[in-house]
Design a protein around this ligand. Structure first.
Ligand code: NZQ
Ligand code: ZN
Length: 392
């Protein structure tokens, strides 16, 4: 087990009617001036936004609103939000939505803490985050895990570059998690979320470090839970217990618990973000499209690890490690297929891509072949291209 630090400071309020705590928590962690951030309208349609506003008003909290966050959230709206937060003197940024809304709120919180610098400069890697306003979350989709994660992913629409930054300033102060709020999700968003949650653990599970018995068991238990409850939720999105398990897995999968004591890989995320940035494709779909091709590209480095995954997560009993590894990869892809998720780029709405595009994606992911990605196997631009090609 490698040395590690674990910091998961988010106060979780989980369960039915949890959003009734919005006013109290906003005051506790911020103050009485809140900037509410939300997406394209689902929270208006469901009535959630009105309920949240009523809770804030009851608690004596005044608020302004920044709506219109799109999936693969854009820098332009973040800049607008920074100006609003500063002009209003917001004490807390309250995200009501999913990963895109939460990440926008996080970016606004960082930008508003020092409006003298361009907020994108943090995502461009030009400076480190030194401060942020507090962020609170009311979660409406189980997927990105941003409600407890240290990450925020923003797309610069001028360049088509999608980038994430990791900093403890990104950890929300509180997350309100009512599984009933996810009943209205379109099926495709539900299944994109299931894939994303599994991937946040898989990207921590396949790494070069042995040992970590507890971390492995937690990771495998989470993946088994996601498979069982993912199937149930796919059949019935109003299955409270299944939707609850999925929601909780979403947070645990990305608050780092399933990766303690070893390095993270996150190559598939990197390659997926390139597709998301260039083509505006749903995040979870980019991951299911890439994972199988990545796994086949790397499994020979450590077939025993894939065999263990097959046995513990999928119940595959096979003495030959290579065969077991391949069966585990196939079982994962079959599960994604059973949720009608794409398992190659050609199955994404953008279809099969030209060689030129694949090279461009690989080049961008590796910053012009100047950096190596991943941990299980270090990936350069040629490797990234081969993985995209096999996934095409
Ligand atoms: O915009 P609205 O109208 O709210 O609709 C959203 C959106 O169209 C809809 N939705 C959400 N909750 C709903 C609902 N529709 C009906 N009922 C509900 N209860 O779902 C659509 C997708 O929303 P989005 O927030 O984009 O989904 P998700 O949570 O999957 O977030 C994806 C974004 O998070 C980033 C991804 O790259 C992507 O940009 N990620 C953020 C991470 C982090 N900060 O830790 C980690 C992840 O790996 C990921 O990269
Ligand atoms: Zn993800």
């Amino acid at each position: 087990m490698k040395n590690f630090m674990q910091y998961a400071p988010t106060e979780i309020v989980f369960g039915k009617d949890a959003e009734k705590e919005a006013g109290r928590l906003a005051k506790k962690w911020g103050g009485d001036k809140v900037l509410i951030v939300y997406g394209g309208g689902s929270v208006k349609k469901s009535g959630l936004l009105d309920r949240v506003k009523a809770e804030l008003a009851d608690a004596g909290v005044s608020f302004q609103e920044l709506g219109g966050v799109k999936p693969n959230p854009r820098l332009g709206l973040v800049r607008e939000g920074v100006k609003m937060a500063v002009d209003f003197g917001a004490h807390l940024i309250l995200a009501v939505g999913g990963g895109s809304v939460i990440d926008t709120a996080k970016a606004v919180a960082i930008g508003a803490a020092d409006p003298s610098v361009d907020v994108w400069s943090y995502w461009a890697g030009e400076r480190q985050v030194q401060a942020a306003l507090p962020v609170g979350v009311i979660l409406t989709i189980s997927a990105a895990g941003s409600e407890t994660s240290d990450s925020a992913v923003i797309t610069n629409e001028e360049t088509g570059k999608k980038a994430g930054i990791n900093t403890d300033f990104n950890r929300p102060k509180f997350a309100i998690m009512n599984p009933e709020l996810t009943y209205t999700l379109p099926k495709y968003q539900l299944t994109c979320g299931i894939v994303d949650i599994m991937m946040h653990t898989l990207e921590r599970y396949f790494t070069p470090v042995d040992g970590n018995m507890l971390t492995d068991e937690i990771a495998e238990g989470l993946l088994r839970t996601m498979i069982t409850c993912g199937k149930k939720a796919y059949e019935d999105q109003t299955d409270y217990d299944a939707m609850s398990e999925i929601m909780w897995c979403g947070s645990i999968s990305h608050n780092n618990l399933t990766g303690l004591g070893r390095p993270k890989d996150f190559l598939c995320h990197k390659l997926g973000h390139e597709i998301g940035g260039m083509f505006d494709v749903a995040h979870g779909a980019t991951l299911s499209a890439i994972w199988g091709s990545w796994a086949r590209y790397v499994y020979k480095i450590d077939p025993a690890r894939f065999a263990r995954y097959g046995e513990k997560v999928w119940g595959i009993v096979e003495d030959d490690e290579e065969k077991a590894a391949v069966a585990a990869i196939e079982a994962t892809e079959d599960f994604f297929r059973s949720l009608h998720m794409p398992v190659c780029i050609g199955e994404l709405e953008i279809g099969v891509q030209s060689d030129e595009v694949l090279r461009k994606l690989a080049d961008s992911a590796t910053k012009g072949d100047t950096i190596l990605l991943g941990a299980f196997k270090k990936i350069d631009a040629q490797d990234a291209y081969e993985i995209y090609k096999a996934a095409n």
